[in-house]
Design a protein around this ligand. Structure first.
Ligand code: ZN
Length: 160
């Protein structure tokens, strides 16, 4: 089931050129964004491997684990600026009950009682994610909230 990945990796390793790349973020940047497979975090920001820490989850929401990773990134890995990037047409832009129902239909079972962190008000929810990072006691960094437009590839600053 995963043979294609191993085969592709052999070709990748044949031409491997990232050996010796420092673990610190060369552009002092961390990006928090969605798992949506239409998003290319490095390419859309003009970044290369080694430039930034990329944190992804459904919706690009700032969760406890994102705060954990950002604390490590800012304290030990040279990150001084953080971009939280939500996007248009995100599957998380829905109500929690609707998402729970959709997952229940897909798995034909009762979904686990998770906090799905759905996005019910895109601007307010992005602002609240930015604020959660700004309030975090051990994270010293400039933080911005942006929205990526899936249909144009353009970013707009929503929370400055
Ligand atoms: Zn999304």
């Amino acid at each position: 089931m995963f043979e294609d990945l191993i085969a592709a990796n052999r070709l990748y390793a044949d031409d491997f050129h990232l050996a010796g790349l420092p673990a610190k973020a060369a552009r002092q940047l961390a990006v928090v964004t969605c798992i949506d497979s239409r998003i290319e975090p490095l390419a859309m920001l003009g970044l290369a491997p080694g430039d930034a820490k990329i944190l992804r989850n459904a919706g690009g929401r700032v969760t406890e684990d994102v705060l954990r990773s950002l604390t490590i990134a800012t304290s030990l890995l040279s990150v001084t600026r953080i971009a939280v990037i939500h996007h248009t047409a995100c599957a998380l832009i829905t109500g929690p009950a609707d998402l729970t129902a959709a997952i229940g239909r897909a798995v034909e079972a009762e979904p686990p009682p998770l906090d799905w962190r759905t996005i019910t008000d895109p601007d307010a929810d992005l602002a609240s994610d930015v604020e959660a990072i700004r309030r975090a006691p051990a994270i010293a960094a400039a933080v911005v909230g942006m929205r990526y437009d899936i249909s144009t590839g353009l970013l707009s600053e929503v929370v400055t």
